[in-house]
Design a protein around this ligand. Structure first.
Ligand code: SF4
Length: 182
C-alpha cells in the first residue's frame, strides 16, 4: 500500500504541475482549469456551484468568485434552473470546450491494458473517498437510482427524469448512489 501511495503522490504532483502551467499559459489559475474540467465531465444535475464546492473541496464563496471570472472570460455561461430560481446551471461555452479539448490532447498518452489500470485506479479512488467520507461523484451508468428502459434510455429514480445513454455512460453525478449501499 505504501508503494501505491508513493505513485499517487508523484502522479498527482506532476498532474497538478502540468495543469497549473497550462492554466497559466491561458491567463488562468489551477482552480479555474479544475472547474472547467469538472463541468466537462459532470451531468446536468451536477453543474452547480454547490456541486463544484463539494467536488473540489473549496468554499462556495471561493468557487463563486472563480465562476464569475470564467464567465467574464467567456469560458462558461450560466442558466437559471427551471425548478429552483435560486440555482444556476453552469455550462462550458465553445471557448471553454476548445480549451478542455486542447488540455486533454496535451495529457493524452497510450497505455497498454488501459481497462485493467482504470479498474485499479477506480478502486483506489473509491477506497479513499469512503475512508474520508467524500461524495463519490460516480458514473451515472453504475448508479443505484438508474432504471433501464431500453437500449438508449434510462430513468433516474431520484430526479424522475429520462436520461439518454450518452449521459449515463460518460458523465459523473453529484447525486450518485452506490448500488451496494442501496
Ligand atoms: S441515475 Fe444516479 S447518477 Fe444518474 S442522474 Fe440519477 S442520481 Fe445521478
Amino acid at each position: 500500500m505504501q508503494r501505491i501511495n508513493v505513485w499517487i503522490e508523484r502522479l498527482s504532483a506532476l498532474y497538478r504541475n502540468l495543469m497549473r502551467n497550462f492554466a497559466n499559459e491561458h491567463g488562468l489559475q489551477l482552480v479555474h482549469l479544475e472547474i472547467l474540467q469538472y463541468l466537462n465531465s459532470c451531468n446536468r444535475y451536477s453543474n452547480t456551484v454547490q456541486a463544484l464546492s463539494d467536488y473540489l473541496g473549496q468554499t462556495k464563496g471561493s468557487i463563486s468568485q472563480s465562476v464569475a471570472l470564467l464567465e467574464g472570460k467567456d469560458f462558461i455561461s450560466k442558466m437559471q434552473s427551471q425548478n429552483d430560481k435560486r440555482v444556476f446551471h453552469l455550462n462550458l461555452t465553445t471557448k471553454g470546450k476548445t480549451l478542455i479539448k486542447e488540455f486533454k490532447e496535451l495529457m493524452s498518452f497510450d497505455l497498454p491494458d488501459e481497462i485493467e489500470f482504470s479498474k485499479v485506479f477506480e478502486q483506489v479512488l473509491r477506497n479513499l473517498q469512503k475512508k474520508n467520507k467524500h461524495r463519490e461523484f460516480g458514473l451515472c451508468k453504475l448508479c443505484g437510482f438508474k432504471e433501464d428502459l431500453d437500449d438508449n434510455r434510462f430513468h433516474c429514480g431520484l430526479t424522475k427524469e429520462i436520461l439518454v445513454k450518452l449521459d449515463a455512460d460518460n458523465k459523473i453525478c453529484a447525486e450518485y448512489k452506490n448500488p451496494e449501499q442501496a
